[in-house]
Design a protein around this ligand. Structure first.
Ligand code: ZN
Length: 304
């Protein structure tokens, strides 16, 4: 029994015969939703077009063996999902934070977020993306803005414990229990703060024309994706520098210390290491020599 509609079966038969126009028609029908899904999963920075292209190549390669076990959309999303997992695997820095190597709640074998499993082809999230292709980009932007406002609000009010909690939960993708252990508070308090944060974000979204999936697992995995891709709470490089020089206020020093050393954000630790290296070079006698040479060379009298 086949799950492919009669019209799509005709299209498939033509594609099997090598008809270019039929192939173009199929690509045209599915490329938008696949690209939207890839962008929502990987963020704008990744080369999603390449992944979609590879998905269509995989489709053609698999076509001789395809017997209509599922409909075409599901089949394409399954292939795309495999490509996305491959892309995560290719990425050496699979974990966003050191703490994810310690606690298992923040990760799975398949990528930086085990929420990927929520996106099994055929799941409500996949169907949502398929149905709401044009909306997904706007939805992503609205969520990013809401999260940005939330993080900035915490920073302005110096609500740094709240910031640490939601950062551990969404950016670090830790469970409530692991977050509680990390911060020395109760899991119940983590739950309350997380709930308040989600309520605020949903409130923000309600004021826009964008509608968001009501499934909480899907919603939370979207927040993690966005936070990880946009690094919403990562301190700026000069703040990391000030941390290194110990010139930050106590509260900020404590927060940056949490981000760098407790959560262990790989991106910010890379900045920290780079700044340490620079400082070491600036303090070395050889570097002084280089600096003197650079600053004086223009004043040398050149032979005419
Ligand atoms: Zn960071």
């Amino acid at each position: 029994m086949t799950n492919v509609s009669q019209a799509e079966q005709v299209l498939l038969d033509q594609i099997r015969l090598g008809e270019e126009q039929a192939w173009s028609q199929l690509v045209n029908r599915y490329e938008g939703r696949l690209a939207t899904f890839a962008r929502a999963r990987l963020g704008q920075k990744h080369d999603c077009d390449d992944i979609v292209q590879e998905t269509f190549i995989a489709f053609l390669r698999a076509l001789p063996r395809f017997r209509g076990e599922c409909n075409l959309e599901t089949f394409l999303f399954t292939l795309l999902r495999r490509k996305i997992i491959d892309s995560y695997r290719r990425n050496a820095a699979r974990h966003i934070c050191l703490i994810q190597d310690v606690y298992n709640s923040g990760t799975s074998d398949e990528g930086p977020s085990d929420a990927l499993d929520c996106f099994e082809a055929g799941s409500p999230a996949v169907s949502w993306y398929a149905r709401n292709e044009e909306q997904a980009d706007r939805q992503h932007a609205a969520l990013e803005q809401a999260l940005y406002d939330l993080v900035n609000g915490y920073k302005k009010q110096l609500s740094l414990m709240e910031l640490k909690v939601v950062e551990a939960v969404f950016y670090g993708h830790l469970s409530n229990a692991d977050t509680a252990r990390l911060l020395g508070i109760t899991a119940n308090r983590v739950g309350v703060l997380k709930h308040r944060c989600i309520k605020q974000i949903r409130g923000h979204i309600d004021q826009t024309a964008v509608s968001i999936d009501s499934d909480s697992t899907v919603f939370e995995s979207m927040l993690t994706d966005i936070w990880q891709n946009s690094r919403l709470s990562c301190p700026k490089r000069n703040t990391v520098g000030a941390f290194l020089l110990e010139t930050l206020d106590k509260d900020w020093h404590d927060y940056v210390d949490f981000h760098l050393n407790t959560l262990g954000c790989h991106y910010c630790r890379a900045n920290l290491d780079d700044l340490k290296r620079q400082n070491a070079e600036n303090n070395s006698p050889r570097s002084l020599h280089v600096r003197i040479m650079e600053s004086t060379i223009g004043f040398l009298n050149k032979p005419t």
